[in-house]
Design a protein around this ligand. Structure first.
Ligand code: FAD
Ligand code: NAD
Length: 486
């Protein structure tokens, strides 16, 4: 018999999918006393660890060093040219030749893959230590309380479950006339086998994935063309941040084609040609398609056991990760709630707390922080300005460029800003955007403010180090106070 939400913690939890949605849930379920089996067909850590978050951010770490190195001459750093002529002169003036930093892509990719695989092994070891059973194979629901697993050897076994958690994630969307070949026509999962830096990389799609890869490859030294179907890059993000990043991209030599929708791609003798819907063509040595994801929900037996899917194929869940079928929960990208690793993990944990009768706080997206790992980074928390306007919320906003910040000047940082939204009446911080180097770190005080309903005055009262980037956060908060007194 199934364990109901108010039964004592017990029973067998079967988790299908070992990404952040699945493995974090497994750890919580073990802590709550359940027997837990994770069914995973690729590797523990899921796409997040093996193909998406970890590899892309590791690649971007190298790109970040290249961006910093580019700025070195401005900070008075000169390197002598190599005698063998390997390095050309770089930088203004040309009086003192400097070394050109060059990317050894196979070395970068080897590091990326080693790091991803080590992290996957760490997660496996952690689950082992906690007593989670791991079954390698493809899972499928044959009943709401039974999961069939086809192993890599083709053998099938059935697991009886009191609770099932579906955490099968998503995969890259593929255009019918642009089939990836893993060599020249690529999805983001295939970027880590490239033997050399693409000479001219066409990136199709200017969402977060497209922007991150286009920015990184520009920094790594590739000639990049970003094909964006919309008016601007990062259409879903804060307009000031998107405008800034597009300007920085073009300043760094990227070609951004707006209102350009790709319809097909084909290989030529030594590269690719991408055809746009209006008939124009874009040539490159390689093309990366970053045109969104599709949930991995077909062939899982979900509809057969009565689990409701949305028209986009996502599993329909409520705020405690329940599907419409008792005992079947879902978490992460397969639900389409908010495709972030952090949200997947939270949904998975909530699902287990609910299923195993522990105290549970329903999912709230109000204070989720997110970061786009471009250079500069774009970090956001709370409500966006677009959402505040849509909902007719009375809000005030202040924004300061980082260029005025003394620490930024010392570091040679020119591009970036801090923007805070506060409620007109109460002064409560409703949301914020930080654009700058390591914005992913500096957003945290504002995440605390949004999470705990602090006012802009309370943020302003906290002291900041002088000189520091966070000084600008304090200053923007003070500007909101002055406006309230007008
Ligand atoms: C390029 C890129 C960069 C990203 N960067 C970030 C970032 O910096 N920060 C962030 O928070 N988010 C980031 N994301 C989003 C993040 O990757 C996802 O939100 C996260 O992976 C979702 O976790 P998940 O557990 O739902 O699914 P996944 O990580 O996709 O894991 C699902 C797992 O289920 C397995 N599986 C599927 N079907 C079956 C089956 N039938 N049987 C057994 N196993 C199965 C798969 O093999 C996979 O391992 C990024 C996404 C992309 C595409
Ligand atoms: N740093 C991070 O946290 C991070 C990084 C990557 C992805 N993600 C998560 O994944 C989500 C999805 O991001 P994404 O960028 O993969 O997908 P997306 O769906 O947000 O963006 C895809 C873009 O491609 C465009 N597009 C679609 N078809 C096209 C075509 N034929 N030609 C040209 N453009 C086309 C779309 O208009 C869209 O702007 C993000 O919202 C985020 O939650 C997070």
């Amino acid at each position: 018999m199934r364990a109901a939400a108010d039964d004592p913690p017990a029973g067998h939890v079967v988790v299908v999918g070992g990404g952040p949605g699945g493995y974090e849930a497994a750890l919580v379920a073990r802590r709550l006393g359940a027997r837990v089996t994770v069914v995973e067909r690729a590797g523990l850590g899921g796409s997040a660890v093996l193909t998406d978050v970890v590899p892309s951010k590791t690649l971007i770490a190298t790109a970040e060093w290249m961006t910093i190195a580019d700025r070195a001459p401005e900070l008075g750093i000169r390197l002598d040219a190599l005698a063998d002529g390997d390095a050309g002169p770089v930088g203004a003036g040309g009086a003192a030749a400097v070394l050109r930093h060059r990317i050894d892509l196979p070395a970068v990719n080897a590091r990326v893959q080693a790091l991803a695989s080590a992290q996957s092994q760490d997660i496996r070891a952690r689950l082992d230590r906690e007593g989670v059973e791991i079954v390698t194979g493809t899972g499928r629901l044959v009943a709401p309380d039974r999961v069939a697993v086809t192993g890599t050897d083709g053998r099938e076994q059935e697991l009886a479950a009191d609770v099932v958690l579906v955490a099968t994630g998503a995969r890259p969307r593929v255009l019918p006339d642009a089939r990836p070949d893993g060599e020249r026509i690529l999805t983001w999962t295939q970027m880590y086998d490239l033997p050399e830096l693409p000479e001219r990389l066409v990136v199709v799609g200017s969402g977060v994935t497209g922007a991150e890869f286009a920015g990184a490859y520009t920094s790594l030294g590739a000639d990049v063309v970003l094909v964006s179907s919309r008016d601007r890059v990062l259409p879903g993000e804060d307009a000031d941040a998107a405008e800034l990043i597009e300007r920085v991209f073009t300043q760094r030599g990227m070609t951004v084609m707006s209102r350009s929708r790709a319809s097909s791609a084909r290989r030529t003798a030594d590269g690719v040609v991408v055809t746009l819907e209006d008939g124009r063509t874009v040539e490159g040595s390689h093309v990366l398609f970053a045109v969104g994801s599709v949930p991995t929900t077909s062939g899982l037996g979900l509809e057969e056991v009565g689990v409701r899917l949305t028209p986009s194929g996502h599993v329909e869940v409520d705020k405690v990760s329940r599907t419409n079928v008792r005992g079947v929960y879902a978490a992460g990208d397969c639900t389409g709630v908010l495709p972030l690793a952090s949200v997947a993990a939270t949904q998975g944990r909530i699902a287990m707390s609910h299923a195993l009768g522990d105290a549970v706080r329903p999912l709230s997206l109000r204070s989720i922080s997110a970061n786009i790992f471009t250079a500069p980074e774009i970090a956001t928390v709370g409500l966006s300005e677009a959402r505040l306007q849509e909902t007719g919320t009375h809000y005030r906003t202040s924004m300061l460029p980082l260029a005025r910040n003394p620490r930024a000047k010392m570091l040679g940082v020119r591009d970036g800003f801090v923007k805070i939204f506060a409620h007109t009446g109460t002064g409560t911080v409703l949301g914020a955007v930080v654009v700058g180097p390591r914005a992913s770190e500096s957003i945290f005080p504002l995440t605390l403010a949004v999470t705990h309903n602090l006012t802009a005055d309370q943020v302003a009262e906290a002291s900041t180090v002088y000189p520091s980037m966070s000084g600008t956060i304090g200053e923007v908060a003070r500007m909101l106070h002055q406006r309230a007194q007008d």
